[in-house]
Design a protein around this ligand. Structure first.
Ligand code: ADP
Ligand code: MG
Ligand code: MG
Ligand code: MG
Ligand code: MG
Ligand code: MG
Length: 699
């Protein structure tokens, strides 16, 4: 994330008085960009990923594993390293494909947690299929470079959350006592957050606006010996340092929930984000809409968060916890009190699944939109007056119901229309699962769409696989003109469903039945969408042969499906499955065999996650804890278990860096070997993989 310039950050009561000005100027800046960039055409199909790491200290002889708070030193060491500044050639991909291009060195960024790092590729990836093969080596390189700029006992790991963050005792290096004036947390010190003034101000102003601390409650996993009802034993009811210490005495920590009380418990989580550049605004708006219903599915597939604050949780993903950790809504906005001072009731946190569609696609039926969407009508009118269409104006008028949280006094002197700072202030603190990113003020890049729900995966193989899968899905959506629309409120429901334990195998999600369905103009046969290029085997031909469907009730357009059905297709029914669609897309374009075989490894991971052959990280972590000899079946993840878990994760990383382990994944076998091309010599390891590696992390 880009950091705003330093300045005087206003405390909440003062910031509140300037909120209206920031919004007004933000809208002017938005209209300025929009008017300049709405005609932009033919921007390249570029994309880029973001990988976030926790930095831990670990050594075999030390009984404790800790969060290292040296983010600033590590970033400084990376910035000073002149050898990184020149172009680097990524190592060959596994399987021997040599990258032909040189890439600039990866870029490292700060994040909210002072124990976090973020890394992106040195420049966005291009459209060439071969570039997809450079992602995994580049991710490995990023991890290696990060490690090289750490102390010998520090490691970048890609667990979503540190299992014992906020547990009693010492969990950071160095240790700081609780509690500080910004977070006022009884579990984590202020020093846990990036000290750049933006971050503590964000946390303090969210708390202050809300009128109490954030309340991050996660249902505890009930194991054989878990006392029931369960009372979070780490909550201290006897503190009297801050007014907010009353929160727990007022019921903030209900039975059977792990109770957390600070932004760090959410924004200290790591995720995997993908940003796509569209060729123009129309395509960008379409991508935003079409990728939206996929969010919860990818959240369930990437589930990796079964532990909080030293306890097994009854959920598998991080999303809602981040949502609660930055929920700045007041009691009035939450509907707990009648509206007096605030303008509206707001059903969701500012970190939540997105609440509206934005495309002018004729297939978007009014019924898909939420009739209760909260918008600021004045903002919407200003946008309409500025020439923006209704649907996009609605989207921004919804984002702009929020107050800016961090305001720097210096920025309020004159409105600078050559900047986008006020617009970004609101935009970048609306953390929805999709983000529509307008070009920056100088317009040198295009309209972008960010896909944000995925959990970070333990290995770079997996992170590359999910990134590449999303790129391929996006290509499929655009070339087959797929239609994933379901009512947006069903996407919300799916997001909740994705939290359930093992949702990927146990739950069903609302999903559109016919992805090739026609435009809702009755009788217009030209509305039927067929693959533009090539044959398309598998599911698409089945779906293709359907006549254009007349418009029926919206409820008939979607149904509940398992993730396996969505990803791999229905055995009996008609739904083709996303992987078969990707395969048929790949059949229809020119991909060389070597590239296709590598892509097959990634698709195989997704396929097997969905059908249960491979576990999610959440499942693996939960089983690791429950199978640990020190585990007392009481939901407690002790120091000892934590150390062994993190030690295992470090070991997995080291083995991956040495190129061990993932030879095993080989749907490559099915498609490359038995399939479309003869004479590809397969690595022996791939063969073994099908039988040996039932679980991705088992070595
Ligand atoms: P943020 O944290 O605001 O989402 P970052 O700059 O950290 O943004 O990451 C954005 C991602 O988008 C990076 O992977 C970057 O390589 C990629 N990216 C940068 N420029 C473009 C572009 N023009 N089109 C697509 N992706 C881009
Ligand atoms: Mg980030
Ligand atoms: Mg970023
Ligand atoms: Mg950012
Ligand atoms: Mg970010
Ligand atoms: Mg991002």
């Amino acid at each position: 994330m880009g950091l705003l310039a330093l300045g005087t950050a206003l405390d909440w009561p003062e910031a509140k008085t300037r909120a209206h000005l920031v919004r007004a100027w933000g809208i002017k800046q938005l209209l300025e960009i929009w008017n300049k960039a709405k005609v932009k055409e033919r921007d390249a199909m570029l994309w880029g990923d973001e990988v976030e790491y926790l930095v831990v200290t670990y050594s075999k002889d030390d009984p404790k594993v800790l969060l290292s708070l040296r983010q600033a030193d590590i970033l400084a060491a990376l910035a000073e390293d002149k050898t990184l500044a020149k172009e680097i050639t990524p190592p060959a991909s596994p399987g021997g494909t040599k990258p032909q291009n040189k890439y600039p060195s990866p870029v490292f960024h700060p994040e909210f947690g002072r124990f976090m790092l973020e890394a992106t590729p040195g420049k966005p990836w291009g459209i060439d299929f071969k570039e997809l093969l450079h992602v995994e080596p580049d991710m490995k390189l990023r991890r290696a470079i990060a490690k090289d700029h750490m102390l010998p006992n520090e490691y970048p790991i890609t667990l979503t959350t540190f299992p014992r963050i906020g547990s009693p005792g010492v969990f950071t290096d160095p240790h700081y006592p609780v509690s500080g004036p910004k977070l006022r947390s009884q579990f984590v010190p202020d020093e846990i957050a990036n000290p750049h003034i933006r971050f503590p101000t964000l946390a303090a102003n969210i708390r202050s606006r809300r009128g109490r601390k954030v309340q991050v409650n996660v249902p505890v996993f009930r194991d054989e010996n878990t006392p029931w009802p369960w009372k979070d034993p780490t909550v201290n009811y006897d503190l009297h340092q801050w007014p907010e210490d009353d929160d727990v005495r007022n019921g903030a920590a209900p039975d059977n929930f792990i109770h957390m009380d600070a932004m760090a418990f959410g924004m200290g989580s790591c995720c995997l984000q993908i940003t796509f550049q569209a060729k123009n605004i129309t395509e960008g708006r379409k991508m935003y809409d079409q990728l939206s219903p996929l969010g919860p599915i990818l959240l369930a597939l990437t589930a990796a968060t079964p532990i909080y604050k030293g306890f097994l949780a009854d959920t598998d993903v991080r999303w809602n916890q981040i949502s609660k950790a930055v929920d700045d809504r007041t009691a009035e906005e939450l509907g707990e009190k009648p509206l007096q001072n605030d303008r509206w009731r707001i059903p969701k946190s500012r970190y939540a699944s997105n609440s509206t569609y934005i495309s002018e696609d004729p297939r978007l039926r009014d019924e898909y939109l939420d009739p209760n969407l909260v918008i600021d009508p004045e903002i919407k009118q200003q946008l309409l007056d500025g020439g923006m269409d209704d649907r996009l104006a609605t989207h921004f008028a919804h984002l702009f119901i929020r107050d800016p949280i961090v305001i720097f006094n210096e920025d309020l002197e004159v409105l600078d229309l050559s900047k986008t700072d006020h617009f970004e202030n609101i935009q970048s603190t609306n953390w929805q699962h999709m983000r529509f990113k307008p070009p920056p003020a100088d317009n040198n890049i295009g309209w972008r769409v960010e896909f944000r729900p995925m959990e970070i995966q333990i290995t770079d193989f997996e992170n590359a696989a999910f990134s590449v899968f999303m790129v391929l899905i996006t290509r499929v959506i655009l070339s087959f003109d797929l239609n994933f629309y379901i009512p947006i409120t069903k996407v919300d429901e799916n997001m909740e469903t994705a939290h359930k334990r093992d949702a990927v195998l146990q739950e069903k999600f609302w999903f559109r039945r016919n992805l090739f369905s026609s435009r809702p103009s009755r009788g217009s046969g030209s509305g039927t969408n067929t693959p533009r290029s090539g044959g398309g085997g598998g599911g698409s031909s089945r779906a293709n042969s359907r006549p254009p469907s007349p418009v029926g009730p919206v409820e008939d357009e979607y149904k509940l499906m398992t993730v396996n059905e969505i990803i791999n297709g229905e055995e009996e029914g008609e739904f083709p499955g996303l992987i078969p669609l990707v395969e048929s897309y790949l059949d229809s374009v020119n991909v060389d065999v070597a590239t296709r075989c590598q892509l097959a490894r990634y698709l195989d991971l997704i396929r097997k996650r969905a059908n249960g052959e491979l576990w999610t990280a959440a499942r693996w972590i939960r089983e690791f804890v429950r199978g640990h000899e020190g585990y007392k079946k009481d939901s407690v993840v002790s120091e000892e278990i934590n150390k062994d878990l993190v030690g295992k994760v470090i070991e997995i990383g080291e083995r991956e860096a040495r190129g061990e382990g993932f030879k095993g994944l080989g749907g490559g076998l099915r498609s490359c070997w038995g399939g479309f091309e003869r004479g590809v010599r397969m690595n022996e390891g791939w063969k073994d993989g099908l039988t040996l590696f039932r679980q991705l992390y088992t070595y």
